[in-house]
Write a protein that binds this ligand. Sequence first.
Ligand code: FMN
Length: 283
Amino acid sequence: MRTFDPDTLDLRTNYHLMISGIIPRPIALVTTVDKMGKVNLAPFSFYNGFGSNPPIVGFSPAFSGRTGKAKDTLLNIQETKEFTISMVSTPMMDKMVITSKEFERGIDEYVESGFSKRDSEVVRPPGVMESPYILECKLQDIIELGGKPGSGNLILGQIVRFHVSELAFDNEDRISPYKLDAIGRLGLSWYSRVKSGIFEVDQKQRLGFENLPGFILNSSVLTGSHLNKLASIIELPETDQEFMKSIYGQLENELHTLCRKYIDENEMTKAWQVVYVLREMHE
Ligand SMILES: Cc1cc2nc3c(=O)[nH]c(=O)nc-3n(C[C@H](O)[C@H](O)[C@H](O)COP(=O)(O)O)c2cc1C
């Protein structure tokens, strides 16, 4: 065995030791609202159930390891004391990753990611329509776990409604793990598709959202899912002057729509040529 004493290690190493061995972790896609009613959505895998009478769940938004700042989810729950948890199934993977980006407080990650809202019955925050399993929860307690950068804040909530998709039940009316098709989080960039096995999301190779131009990030035509496809490119395509010439002269809004069409058709090289033309317009 290799043995490690957490007191002698830095925050990053302790974090990696935890996320690599406490696996697989379920992913709670947590919706909250602030006191003005603005919606926030983010994933958390330090998450589990802790009792069934009454039914209690817990998850832990940590203070940022870099800045020490509290996450929007924690601030909203402190303000409004309610949340929903939507389970992440395989078709939700790409959009879930978008919701984990550090958007400004008040930005609605449903809009950024392309997820749809499902109204709740008891609490104000909606659930994620695309999820087959949604919990409505009322805050029970917040336990601060250190108050330092990287420290957790254990949020315990009482489940006040369960919502389970009809499609998740098998012929004998059991909730089937095959039908739920959940994703679990492992260490680093590994995930597991519960019903089949491990896969890797290599974030490092991607271009990344941070390298998309501002006029694309702020486009009112492209959804988060379109942005994700643009940001997923590993190497920028070369400019194709002939093609670019063929679309010169179009209005900016028309170019955004054209870019969207090419992304929908998986014509990423063409979609990028449209971005290059837009870039020239913004120079
Ligand atoms: C699969 C996954 C699991 C995550 N689990 C956690 C977690 O348990 N605790 C945490 O603080 N951040 C976790 N994160 C990072 C947060 O989702 C991220 O910091 C997000 O921007 C927080 O959003 P908010 O500020 O809107 O609350 C996770 C990210 C992903 C992709």
